[in-house]
Design a protein around this ligand. Sequence first.
Ligand code: PXL
Length: 267
Amino acid sequence: MKQFKALTIAGSDSGGGAGIQADLKTFQELGVFGMSALTAVTAQNTLGVQGIYPLSTEAVTTQIRSIAEDMGTDALKTGMLFHADIITAVAELIKQNNWERLVVDPVMVAKGGARLLQEEAVQAMFTHLIPLALVVTPNIPEAEVLSGITIKTMEDRKEAAQRLVQMGAKTVVVKGGHDQDDDVIDLFYDGSQFAELRRKRIQTRHTHGTGCTFSAALTAELAKGKDVLIAVETARDFIQAAIEEAPGIGKGHGPTDHGAYRRRLSS
Ligand code: PXL
């Protein structure tokens, strides 16, 4: 059987719940061979971010070239990119390699408020990366920044999704985790069709890395050649199981359980 491959271009979370660590664990759980190009090292635990150490743009592009020139990839995602220069260089390489199954998780701030994307890099994200994306996966605050729309209602969310498609993304998932409803509703839009994915909200503080984990699961399913909406549904089930079975590690916002989905499938 063909071994599908996925690449994450993202930052390291020393706490193991988010970033590159979440992505590689998730790829593995879904049976996809995981590869990584590191953009930054964060010193981090469940209480917050203690340090951010970006890599040079050259360090990032050399990693991506190494993968492209030998192994290739079936799908890829971007997470924490930090710098405008890194975004521009990464976008250029994605174009050169004709990598079309691209998930852009427009990571901007960590849970405690630390910036994982510099303010001036948001423009580079609009201009260079969003237009290449097969799927963009903003949470509500990120969708507000990217679309310029204040999101209060589902109508606002739909308008924000439409703006992102106008900016060149093929599909968008505006994640509902940050709103206040009893159910979490994630809004999918592909330029013609809206779909609302509804799941029960789990009352927990252990949600560190949920955005990374969701977009990694989506990338893994896209690597297998799945249709976008089907891949989104699987990713949604993956993160729901991971949150439900969060192991309660650390004194603050703990990680989720990346193994929960597979264990449920095999039991
Ligand atoms: O979830 C966003 C995110 C992305 N990448 C890294 C992170 C975080 C959140 O903490 O640490 C490296």
